[in-house]
Design a protein. Structure first.
Ligand SMILES: [Zn+2]
Ligand SMILES: [Zn+2]
Length: 267
């Protein structure tokens, strides 16, 4: 346990868990937290960046013979999602680097399809110059009605629009049966907001990275839900003292089978 706490930069004090040294940095929520000369810097974690690039490269290599517009349609939601996720943190450098890596992969993809053609021919077929932007991976395609339109690869550096998940039509926030749905919805919305992510980091650290129901580790693979110990419909507050992180499976057990989530008390 001590080694684990050391790794995430924590130590236990008598009253509470607190951060004493995060100079070595730690990863959580796909981000790396590190102190650089006294200032907390949060950026996409190396693991997250590598995993995302692997996924993109996988799609590009599987779609060797796909049409350009089909490839763009597959890549754009991935790029948009990744950009939105990292928007609250210092991600410009990561975005620029990622964009370059993806460009190189697409250039290889394009050249491999036309071995007999020279680079200039390949560039003209797959890349365009649009105002000040060079090498835009795009093509003219048709929409569902058959009307032509210009489709291009989503730009990580470009503007990102905030979108809210639509609320289920039959959702009543004060129906106890829908407490869990409400929690999930709130979590989705909160994930777009930096101050809420900071709350999860605090919860995660105060629980030493363990689920408040089964006491085993919460990881990227297991995932986690933000659970209110006293349900909001019964007047439970949104304060951290009333919230714990639990595995999604454990969360279902709490709401449907009466298992108990316990706020850890560190002594
Ligand atoms: Zn659990
Ligand atoms: Zn819950």
């Amino acid at each position: 346990m001590t080694a684990y706490l050391g790794w995430i930069g924590l130590t236990l004090s008598t009253e509470k868990t607190r951060i004493v040294n995060i100079a070595d940095g730690f990863d959580f929520l796909g981000w790396n937290f590190r102190k650089y000369s006294g200032k907390l810097l949060i950026k996409p974690s190396k693991k997250n960046v590598q995993a995302f690039y692997r996924n993109v490269k996988e799609v590009i290599s599987v779609k060797k013979t796909a049409k350009q517009d089909d490839l763009i349609r597959l890549l754009n939601p991935m790029l948009r999602g990744w950009a939105q996720y990292h928007r609250p943190v210092v991600a410009t450098a990561a975005f620029t680097k990622m964009e370059h890596q993806i460009f190189c992969a697409l250039w290889r993809w394009a050249k491999r399809r036309h071995r007999g053609k020279n680079a200039e021919w390949v560039r003209k077929k797959y890349f365009a110059t649009i105002e000040a932007r060079n090498w835009v991976f795009g093509t003219t395609t048709v929409d569902k009605k058959g009307d032509p339109f210009w489709l291009e690869l989503y730009s990580l550096a470009g503007t990102q629009i905030r979108r809210h998940k639509k609320v289920r039509a039959d959702y009543h926030p004060f129906d106890p049966a829908q407490e869990m749905y409400g929690e999930k919805l709130r979590q989705t919305r909160m994930s777009e907001d930096m101050s809420h992510r900071k709350q999860w980091i605090k919860l995660y650290m105060s629980q030493r990275g363990l689920c408040a129901v089964c006491q085993s580790k919460i990881t990227k693979e297991t995932g986690w839900d933000d659970h209110h110990i006293v349900p909001r419909v019964l007047g439970g507050s949104d304060a951290l003292g009333n919230r714990v992180l639990v595995h999604p499976g454990c969360h279902i057990q709490v709401h449907h089978y009466g298992r108990i989530a316990v706020k850890p008390v560190l002594d």
